[in-house]
Design a protein around this ligand. Structure first.
Ligand SMILES: Cc1cc2nc3c(=O)[nH]c(=O)nc-3n(C[C@H](O)[C@H](O)[C@H](O)COP(=O)(O)OP(=O)(O)OC[C@H]3O[C@@H](n4cnc5c(N)ncnc54)[C@H](O)[C@@H]3O)c2cc1C
Length: 392
């Protein structure tokens, strides 16, 4: 694997950073406090092409290969201080658009993927339910055959982008759980279908500019043309897509780690106590060294995933490691940044406490890191590490 970025990728990185710094996240402190979705920044992302980066040009996207997409997302995470906005972009791309890219029919792509790529529709992933978190197969929302289509009933929670989304990828039961993994099917559902209701989730700790919702379906008629894949293939559709979400969702977090490291170096070299810069104390400098090590390892893992995906190779082991390592590392790095900044890090003004609050979601979404460690152990041949089959 060649770790040297091409001149085009380096230029893209520079352009994305310049765009993100100039155009995004200027009101993040106020938006975070108000729990407000920055719709103007979202529009700017759409105009810059962010919402279609990995989507083929044939459907209005940029057609970036997976490695280039990782580089662009990392640059976005580095340049944009609003982690919630970047998270909303990620949910749009890796919770929704990627499902249509990989499993959609030509008609579904034309109808949904094209407007998702240009940002005229917003995407979300409605999978979790009150009783179905890590245990995806416990999904209770039903899709019953009704004439030519299906009738959807149930409720989804924790849906990122939910309150602003137009298109949901929804997992529902079309059979009996006794049918093993074949009782689930995936559907493309739009917010304007009859019986779809969305309300905001209860307030959350971080990523507050990415709105979260509860989505309910009350006898929602869904045409058979909106089935993603075949009836009963929902879990396979999910399993074939989740590794994209696991890795690519976390690319911007590498950028955030670099931003936090730079802020911490600046503070450690400019803040003086006991007559010297605090960076001169080993307790501080060693934290900076560890932040740098985590940053470089996280980047290498992510780039390796991007490269494997570009080559069309299997990357389940690598994406699982990337998800765990990058999200845990960002929490440690944000915590170190807080420690190094002292009380200033604890105040809202500098935004360090926001970075820590935002980081703490990473080990939970996309499949908790505990469950991912079980997946990793199973991939290493340790059977029974997850006690049952079918976790996210
Ligand atoms: C910021 C954020 C955004 C999210 N966005 C979305 C979204 O857009 N769409 C969506 O559908 N969902 C979303 N979620 C929900 C997320 O996917 C779930 O929170 C996650 O899958 C875990 O489910 P749970 O919270 O119900 O925890 P549970 O499954 O109840 O787990 C609770 C604890 O038990 C542990 N645990 C459970 N099973 C096992 C096991 N087999 N082995 C070891 N430990 C285990 C977990 O690791 C965890 O520590 C989001 C969550 C967050 C925090």
């Amino acid at each position: 694997m060649d770790l040297e970025l091409s001149p085009e990728q380096r230029r893209l990185r520079t352009e994305v950073i310049a765009f993100a710094r100039a155009e995004l996240g200027h009101d993040v402190a106020a938006d975070d406090q108000a729990g407000r979705f920055p719709s103007q920044d979202w529009r700017r992302c759409a105009d810059f092409g962010v919402l279609g980066w990995p989507i083929p040009q044939a459907y209005g996207g940029s057609g970036f290969d997976p490695l280039t997409t990782v580089v662009a997302l990392e640059a976005l995470g580095y340049g944009c201080r609003d982690n919630g906005l970047v998270f909303a972009v990620n949910n749009h791309l890796w919770g929704c658009a990627i499902y249509l890219m990989l499993h959609g029919t030509a008609e579904q792509k034309e109808r949904y993927l094209r407007p998702l790529a240009t940002g005229s529709l917003i995407g979300a992933h409605a999978l979790s339910e009150e009783q179905a978190g890590s245990d995806v197969l416990a999904v209770a929302t039903t899709a019953k055959r009704d004439g030519d289509g299906y009738r959807l009933d149930g409720s989804k929670c924790f849906v990122s982008n939910g309150p602003v989304a137009d298109v949901f990828i929804v997992m529902a039961r079309t059979g009996d759980r006794a049918a093993g993994q074949d009782h689930l099917s995936a559907f493309v559902v739009t917010s304007d279908m009859p019986g779809v209701a969305v309300r905001r989730e209860r307030p959350k700790m971080g990523l507050r500019t990415a709105p979260m919702g509860v989505v309910t379906f009350d006898g929602t008629p869904v045409p058979a043309a909106n089935l993603l894949g075949r009836e009963g293939s929902g879990y396979r559709v999910f399993a074939a897509t989740i590794d994209w979400e696991r890795a690519f969702m976390f690319a911007p977090q590498v950028g955030a780690m670099e931003r936090l490291l730079e802020a911490s170096v600046r503070h450690a070299t400019s803040r003086h106590q006991f007559g010297q810069a605090i960076g001169g104390f080993q307790a501080v400098s060693h934290q900076l060294a560890d932040m740098k090590i985590r940053l470089e390892l996280a980047r290498m893992l992510l780039y390796r995933v991007g490269w494997l995906k570009r080559e069309g190779r299997l990357a389940l082991l690598e994406t699982t490691m990337a998800k765990i390592f990058v999200s845990d590392s960002l929490v440690q790095t944000a915590s170190s940044a807080m420690t190094i900044h002292g009380a200033r890090g604890y105040l809202t003004e500098d935004g360090i406490e926001r970075e820590l609050r935002d980081a703490l979601g990473g080990p939970i979404y996309g499949g908790t890191n505990a469950v991912q460690r079980g997946v990793l152990a199973e991939l290493l041949g340790v059977s029974g590490a997850l006690h049952h089959r079918g976790p996210r």
